[in-house]
Unconditional design. Structure first.
Length: 396
């Protein structure tokens, strides 16, 4: 029975009691009025003395990882709260940690488990706590505004070994040597120290300062792989994790993790709305910056891969190894890829077959040549089992 119906019944009881002058009716009416007042005060008093704490150890989560969050409800004061409903108002997909508990003299703690189902920023909280008094007539809601924001990274999967080029698979090795096998470069100068070779002396600066100055050397910043990520919104299809953009981002993250784990450098260029260009940096962990970007990257670009300004940047890169990730079936970007080939350039292409994700079946043909590694990625493929393809290939 609702509070309105009870109030009407109480009003009618008072009216008939006054008209008929029945003394027990007065007693019953006063008792019900006292009950209403007591119930209203109960829920307001206990709601103000309820406290909530949530604890989540974020770590460095990736899509698909499990998490566990703990909740603790406690109450101060002497009035019990037999019915406390806790609801999470966050927007973490598939996660509803609500529960009804009784807040007695001791804190009540429980744990909830879930899984990260998409990348990007996940927000836990705010939290709604609704207190109901024992008679069920009134309830009071409190909102705890505390939020915990966690950046969820793309799923990182095993992929084929990218450190072995096509030429090495064919039995020959490039004349330019290993990708990162280059002599050191001058990084600065310092005062001459006894024992420094004459080859280290910077004669021009020594003459300027009237004292001997020695060069300091650093290993050059060689970018072993530049990832060219196609984020043109017109070429991506699919929903959620089973979409071409999620496969593309996961591939880029997996490449970054593999190359960085071997001490090599990674850069990334994307034709998204911002025209992202992340180049390696000596002072910071570039792989973490790239993964931070990939965690929030969206297919929001309006420029096709063949029209992207990225190609002008790629042409100016020294000692290039270029990995293209795209679902685009436009053959023009293939010609641009051939145009940036250089003596020290290694070319890798991950073509994501959009038709397997529900896109148009265009049956593209790629003729990239023997020195280009082509991997065709379809929906449901295990990245670790991708097969390297060379020469002409028709996607059917």
């Amino acid at each position: 029975m609702s509070k309105v119906a009870l109030a009407l019944a109480l009003g009618l009881l008072l009216l008939f009691t006054f008209l008929l002058g029945v003394k027990p009716g007065y007693t019953l009416a006063y008792a019900l009025i006292l009950l209403f007042v007591l119930a209203w005060l109960w829920q307001r008093y206990t709601a103000r003395r309820i406290s909530l704490s949530r604890h989540l150890d974020p770590g460095i989560p990736t899509v698909g990882d499990q998490f566990e969050e703990s909740f603790t409800i406690s109450r101060s004061g002497w009035v019990p709260a037999p019915w406390v409903e806790v609801r999470d108002l966050g927007q973490v997909a598939g996660y509803q940690p609500g529960r009804v508990v009784s807040a007695g003299g001791e804190p009540t703690t429980w744990r909830e488990r879930g899984a990260y189902r998409r990348r990007g920023w996940m927000t836990f909280g705010p939290t709604s706590v609704r207190v109901v008094e024992p008679f069920g007539l009134f309830s009071q809601e409190r909102r705890f505004k505390e939020r915990t924001s966690i950046l969820v990274y793309p799923r990182i999967r095993p992929i084929p070994d990218l450190m072995t080029t096509s030429a090495q698979h064919l039995g020959s090795s490039p004349a330019s040597g290993a990708w990162a096998d280059y002599p050191p470069e001058t990084g600065g100068v310092r005062d001459y120290v006894t024992g420094d070779s004459f080859g280290r002396i910077h004669w021009a600066l020594s003459a300027h300062h009237n004292r001997l100055m020695s060069k300091t050397f650093e290993q050059p910043l060689t970018t072993d792989i530049w990832i060219l990520l196609d984020l043109d919104r017109k070429v991506h299809v699919g929903q959620g994790e089973e979409s071409t953009v999620e496969y593309a981002v996961s591939l880029a993250a997996s490449m970054t993790a593999q190359v960085s784990s071997r001490g090599r450098e990674v850069g990334i260029i994307a034709n998204d709305a911002r025209g992202t260009f992340l180049q390696p940096h000596r002072a910071i962990k570039q792989d973490r910056l790239i993964l931070d970007y990939l965690a929030i990257a969206q297919a929001d670009g309006s420029t096709s891969l063949r029209q992207a300004l990225a190609w002008d940047k790629v042409r100016r890169l020294p000692r290039r190894a270029i990995a293209v990730i795209t679902p685009s079936a436009d053959p023009d970007w293939v010609h641009l890829l051939q145009a940036v080939r250089g003596r020290r350039t290694t070319l890798i292409v991950f073509y994501i077959d959009a038709a397997s994700f529900g896109g148009a079946d265009r049956n593209p043909t790629f003729d990239l040549g023997q020195d280009v590694d082509l991997y065709v990625v379809r929906k449901g493929d295990d990245f670790a089992r991708l097969v390297r393809t060379r020469d002409a290939v028709r996607i059917a």
